[in-house]
Every structure is written in structure tokens, then in C-alpha cells.
Design a binder for this molecule. Structure first.
Ligand code: AMP
Ligand code: MG
Length: 298
């Protein structure tokens, strides 16, 4: 990934959304990376991320929001576990968004995610997000009724209006110093089938299986159409979508890690500078500490 990561990222980042076609990204693609090399590349990337996160935290100006979307078993949890494994838990928050609660349904669709945005200096991860409101809610129109939006406001342009609102919201985040990175983990229907079977067959994985997953699988094509439209209309220079091949988890992790590193490096993060007066004070304190004779037993 090292030598050609910029090229690969450019390939997966949706820079020309109008012309974007989901079928152009192959779910099983692995670039020209060798699986055997993947472990050590990711280990290096995890270290790099840890260093960048420390600077982000120390500088306390920028925040990073990572949005993960994908079908069930696309590998969202695994990205969180592996890519963020080296990051100090004190500087990182992960939020998983499930079907909304009664309280959440009593608010506009952005409310529940807005209250969990990362603070300056922090990395926030949304495992699913407000994008569910133009995905699952679009595929299951009846969910709109649960959202209690006044009926007169739900016209035939309702999805375009939601996309507009999302674009405006993300522009606001970008202008406030919250870097938004969005990843669609693009898994194939066949690989999802294999992963579901794995969940059913392995006792330690059964808890992850839900009957709803199979119901959603039947609407695969509707989901893909909703994802494609969403990516086309909400990929912007300040909040791009990355469409990441997800049939090989080791490759998915490398692409996400590389994208986050590239974005953080672009911020030019540095530790806050210490002025000459403070430095002088620090030297004095250091000298005083050195002069303190160590006492026995302490
Ligand atoms: P999981 O991520 O596998 O735990 O599943 C969470 C489920 O919650 C998925 O089926 C999502 O589609 C669903 N979900 C998330 N957000 C919403 C939403 N706004 N409205 C309805 N269902 C949602
Ligand atoms: Mg699930």
C-alpha cells in the first residue's frame, strides 16, 4: 500500500460523483497488494495513526468524523476493531446507530447523530449514521410513517431534499473544522452469503446473526440502487465517499487506514509550540527537580 496508496485511494475516492457507477468498483478487488504483506503494512499504519491521533488531540483544533456504511456483514465492526486498534481510547468515540428509539423518532432525522459528533481533538466513528435515513428508510417506505414527519412535507422530492440537507450539514461540519470521511464497504451478495453461513455455523458468531439480515438481503438490488444514488449525490470535495472493496477484509482495512492517514496528514498537525518564556520556566523547574536529592525508600 505504501508506494501506491495515493493512486489506490484516488481510485476508490469518489471524485466525479455524477459519473459514479457502483458496478465499476469490484467487491473482490485487492489492488496489487499481496495478502502476506498486508499484516505488516497495517501494523505500520496503525502506528502512524496512533501518532497522528496524539497530535490531533494535542492540537485540539480539528476533529475527525469517520462514517461507516455497508450491508450486514460488510465488515464495519472489523474495521473499527483493527484500524483503530492502536489509537488511544481516550481520544476516540465509536457510536453504532440501530433502529431509532421512540425518543429518537420524536426528533428530526439528524438529531441523534448530531449529539454524538466528535469534539475538537477527537476521532468519532459512526457505525451506520444519518445515511440510514436515505437507505433503509428509502427501501422500507413504511418507516417514514414511524418518523412522524408531517405528511404534507413528504413529497416526491423527499430523498433529494434529504440529500440536500445532508450536504449542507456536512459542509457546516467541514467549515467548523470537523473532517468528514465516509466509507461504503462494498461487499458482494455472494460474500455476504458466505459470511452469514459462517455466523450460523460457528457458535461464537451466532449472536451476530439476525433474522432481519435475511429479510434485508432479499432487497439487495433496492439497497444497491439507494447506495448508488446516495454516493452520487452526497460525495463532495469536503466530505468524499470512499467505495471500498469489502470481499477481503484485510484489504478493506488497508484502504480505510490509508484514507484516514492521508486525510490526517493533510491537516499538518503538530504539537503546540512552547514559547521562549515558558521554555525558560520549564528549564528552571527541571533544574529544581534534578537538585532534589532522592530520599531513601521513596
Ligand atoms: P446492526 O448494525 O447489524 O446492528 O443493525 C442495525 C439495524 O438498524 C440495521 O438493520 C439498520 O438498517 C437499522 N437502522 C439503523 N438506522 C435506522 C433508521 N434510521 N431507521 C430504521 N432502521 C435503522
Ligand atoms: Mg447486523
Amino acid at each position: 500500500m505504501k508506494c501506491n496508496s495515493a493512486r489506490i485511494l484516488k481510485y476508490y475516492r469518489v471524485d466525479a460523483p455524477d459519473r459514479f457507477d457502483l458496478a465499476s468498483v469490484h467487491c473482490a478487488h485487492t489492488g496489487d497488494i499481496d495478502k502476506d504483506a498486508a499484516g505488516s503494512i497495517l501494523a505500520d499504519d496503525v502506528k502512524r495513526l496512533s501518532d497522528l491521533q496524539e497530535r490531533l488531540y494535542a492540537e485540539d483544533r480539528w476533529a475527525v468524523l469517520i462514517v461507516l456504511q455497508g450491508m450486514d456483514a460488510a465488515g464495519k465492526d472489523s474495521v473499527v476493531a483493527h484500524v483503530m486498534s492502536g489509537v488511544n481510547p481516550q481520544g476516540c468515540d465509536v457510536h453504532s446507530f440501530k433502529a431509532p428509539s421512540a425518543e429518537e423518532l420524536d426528533h428530526d432525522f439528524m438529531w441523534r447523530t448530531s449529539t454524538r459528533l466528535p469534539a475538537r481533538g477527537r476521532i468519532g466513528i459512526f457505525n451506520r449514521s444519518y445515511y440510514e435515513d436515505v437507505l433503509v428508510v428509502r427501501v422500507h417506505r413504511e418507516l417514514m410513517e414511524h418518523q412522524k414527519v408531517p405528511r404534507t412535507l413528504i413529497g416526491k422530492h423527499v430523498w433529494e431534499e434529504r440529500f440536500q440537507d445532508i450536504r449542507a450539514f456536512e459542509r457546516h461540519l467541514a467549515r467548523s473544522g470537523i473532517l468528514v470521511l465516509k466509507f461504503f464497504l462494498h461487499v458482494s451478495k455472494e460474500e455476504q452469503r458466505r459470511r452469514f453461513l459462517d455466523r450460523l455455523e460457528q457458535p461464537a458468531k451466532r449472536w451476530k446473526f439476525s433474522m432481519d439480515d435475511v429479510t434485508e438481503r432479499r432487497r439487495w438490488d433496492q439497497y444497491m440502487a439507494a447506495y448508488e444514488d446516495m454516493i452520487r449525490t452526497t460525495s463532495t470535495p469536503s466530505a468524499p465517499w470512499y467505495v471500498v472493496p469489502a470481499d477481503h477484509k484485510w484489504f478493506t482495512r488497508l484502504v480505510v487506514a490509508a484514507a484516514v492517514i492521508e486525510a490526517l496528514e493533510g491537516l499538518g498537525l503538530d504539537f503546540p509550540k512552547i514559547g521562549p518564556a515558558e521554555l525558560k520556566e520549564m528549564r528552571k523547574v527541571r533544574a529544581a527537580l534534578l537538585a532534589e536529592a532522592p530520599r531513601k525508600g521513596r
